[in-house]
Design a protein around this ligand. Structure first.
Ligand SMILES: [Zn+2]
Length: 216
């Protein structure tokens, strides 16, 4: 039988983690990401904290592991939305670079309490951003063959994106191109010959920096 968040050994493992470090709900829950589907890590963390009878919640900004990273999700979504806003594409996929110190802390936590039910922080960041951006951009995440692969460097707030091909109406794969929306007019990415669309580049990357953004 598969484990649940209520199992004694799982609660003991969570208790062990909390006795070693201050962890926010995201980072506590992520240690048990493979248990009980249909719930966010944040919810798993809340549930486990209650099961551990730890009444004091650790805020994200006080979390030993992520050190406030999950509080930045809203500004990351704005950063990505603005970077992609001028362009046309069909589907997207989010990738992220997490700073090495954070990865090291996660690896050391796994060494201390085990990682048999855990997922890496990068996976959670990518998924959470993808969920919000699907709604905001009205585009779908495509794990197999996205038009645009977005890479967010969380340490430096830099967004890079890489273009994949898009499918034309006859189903053939075209050379990657990126169209800028002419004066805000939205055009389908498949309309390659449309008059005033500008082909910006062929399979190159563009980099956007956070300095373009207001401070949140
Ligand atoms: Zn955390």
């Amino acid at each position: 039988m598969s484990s649940t968040l209520q199992d004694k050994d799982i609660v003991a493992q969570a208790q062990h983690a909390l006795s070693m470090h201050q962890l926010c709900d995201y980072c506590l829950g992520r240690l048990f990401a493979k248990l009980e589907s249909g719930m966010s890590n944040k919810s798993r963390g809340k549930k486990l904290r209650a099961a551990c009878k730890q009444s004091t919640k650790t805020l994200v900004r006080d979390c030993w592991l992520c050190q406030g990273l999950f509080d930045e999700l809203p500004s990351f979504t704005i950063l990505i939305t603005r970077a992609l806003e001028p362009y046309e594409f069909d589907t997207f996929l989010i990738g992220s670079k997490i700073d090495e110190d954070t990865i090291e802390r996660e690896t050391s936590l796994w060494g201390e309490v085990g990682n048999e039910h855990a997922e890496p922080i990068k996976v959670e960041i990518n998924r959470e951003l993808g969920k919000v951006l699907e709604t905001q951009l009205h585009k779908e995440v495509d794990f197999e063959d996205p038009t645009v692969m977005v890479i967010l460097d969380t340490a430096f707030d830099v967004v890079t994106f890489r273009l994949n091909h898009y499918l034309s109406t006859d189903g053939t794969k075209n050379t990657p191109v990126l169209f800028r929306k002419p004066n805000g007019f939205v055009r389908s990415a498949g309309e390659k010959d449309a008059g005033d669309a500008t082909i910006l580049e062929h399979c190159t990357t563009r980099v956007y920096k956070s300095s373009l953004l207001p401070v949140f």
